[in-house]
Design a protein around this ligand. Sequence first.
Ligand code: SAM
Length: 275
Amino acid sequence: MTLGEIKRILRSTPIPLTRSLGQNFLHDGNQLRRIVAAAELSPSNRVLEIGPGLGPLTELLISEAGHVWALEKDLRLHRLLAERFAGAPNLVLRHVDALEWLKENPRDWTGWKIVANLPFSVASPLLVQFALSPQPPERLVVTLQWEVLQRLLAAAGQPDYGLLTLLLQMRFLPAAFFKIPASCFYPPPRVDSGCVTLQLRTPPLVAANLIPLFVRIVRRAFSQRRKTALKLLRGDWPEDRLTALFGQMGLHPQVRAEEISLPEFVRLAEMLASP
Ligand code: SAM
C-alpha cells in the first residue's frame, strides 16, 4: 500500500484521523516487509493483528499466514477493511477495542504470533496483557514508539529499566529490533518508532505458579522510585526475612529496584515462595 493509495482512500471516504487512536499509517513497503519477515510466518501460523487501520500490514499477513484475526476499534476503518478484504477466506475482522476485548475474552494464545503496528496510547497495557496471559503467544512483532521500545530492551541500571521491562522480559526474550523513521508513516508522528521481536521464553524463566508473586514483588519494588527496594517490600513481607534474603543474594540493603536485575527478581520470588 503506497502513500498515494493511503491519501486517495482518505480523500475519497473521507475519514478525519483521530490522534487519540494513534492513526499513523505505515506506507513504506520496505519497513512493512521487514516487519513481516521478522514474524517468520508460514501457512500453519495463526496471527493476531491489533489496529489494522487501512490494512497495509494485513494484506501481507493474509498472504503468508494460515489464519489472521484483525481487531480494529474505529468503525469507519473497520467498514473499509471489510469491503477491501471481503474475499479473503483466512481473515477474521472484528470491530472491537482490542484492550477490552482481550481482557473480557481470555483465551489460549499458544502458538499464535502477534504482529501489529500498535496504537501508541494502548501499546504498553496490550503488551502487559500478553505477558501475563496464562497461555501467551509464541512471538510478538510489534511497532512502538522508540521510547517505549527502549524500555522493553533495557537492563538493570539503565535509565529506561523499570516495571514494563521486567513484566515483558519475564515472559519474552527481546530478539531483534530496528528503527522506523517518522517519515515512513502518514501522517508522520512526532517521534520515531521501532519494531521489536519478542520471543516467548522456552523453557519459561519464571514458573507459571510463581508469576503472580513475581508481579507483586516488582510492582511493589517499583511503586516509589525514591525509596529503597527493602523499605517498599517490607510493606508486604516481614523485614527480617527480606533482610536475610537480600544478604544471601548479596544485595545491598540500600539497593533500589532499578538496580536489581531480572534474574535477581526471579530468585527473590523463588526464595519468598519457599517456606
Ligand atoms: N496497521 C496500520 C498501519 O500499520 O498502517 C495502522 C496502525 S495505526 C498506528 C493504529 C491503529 O489502531 C489505527 O487503525 C487505530 O484506529 C487502531 N486502534 C487504536 N486503538 C485501538 C484499540 N484499542 N483497539 C483496536 N484498534 C485500535
